[in-house]
Design a protein around this ligand. Structure first.
Ligand code: SF4
Ligand code: SF4
Length: 191
């Protein structure tokens, strides 16, 4: 299946920015090198799409990608470069809202791009065991024994280690809608 066909067949659970980034990374242009516009174009696109999914996208990235793809479409030596250009142009035209939301750092609607997710500790499930605090290398969790633990969103780097460490399913990952959680550690209600 061509990349443009893949972009036309996304499920609701998929993020167009994330899928486009992965498809372009696996394109033939990325290890061919026979033409400048194919190879350099794909390299630049990979960098911009990587930044966008990592919450480091710039306001100018979308216009730059459009310009680049118009050149790739006419200057690439084979249909693989054209396919990349068509796929990016299609994605930018049909998923403009998702791209803009990523660049404006508002979120990833599909809940796929990790850097756009936040981690939270649910007061009703936390037993205050401290396992999450021990697992967090960023010191982003506050708490003590038998107190509901709290994640400091400014310090959290969204690695997910705390979620893996919690046996009580007390830690959740959230997109645009965040759960209500205590702002500082308070005594646990759970026995
Ligand atoms: S969130 Fe989980 S691991 Fe952390 S203190 Fe609460 S129960 Fe323990
Ligand atoms: S996601 Fe990672 S950095 Fe954030 S609180 Fe959990 S362990 Fe710490």
């Amino acid at each position: 299946m061509s990349i443009v066909e893949r972009m036309k067949n996304l499920s609701e659970k998929e993020c167009p920015v994330d899928i486009l980034r992965k498809e372009i990374a696996g394109s033939k242009c990325s290890d061919c090198g026979k033409c400048v516009f194919g190879y350099e174009g794909v390299t630049q696109l990979q960098m911009m799409l990587g930044d966008i999914t990592e919450k480091k996208g710039k306001g100018t990235d979308l216009a730059l990608m459009k310009e680049l793809c118009a050149l790739m479409k006419t200057q690439s030596l084979c249909e693989d470069g054209e396919d990349v250009a068509d796929a990016v142009s299609y994605a930018l035209a049909h998923h403009a809202q998702e791209f803009e939301a990523h660049v404006a750092k508002k979120g990833c609607a599909a809940g796929v791009c990790k850097k756009f997710m936040t981690y939270h500790i649910l007061a009703e499930n936390c037993t205050g065991c401290g396992d999450c605090l021990d697992a967090c290398e960023e010191d982003a969790i506050a708490g003590k024994k038998r107190f509901i633990h709290v994640i400091d969103q400014k310090e959290c780097i969204q690695c997910g280690a705390c979620m893996d460490a919690c046996d009580e399913d007390a830690i959740v990952r959230a997109g645009a809608v965040k759960p209500r959680c205590p702002k500082k550690p308070v005594p646990c209600k759970r026995k």
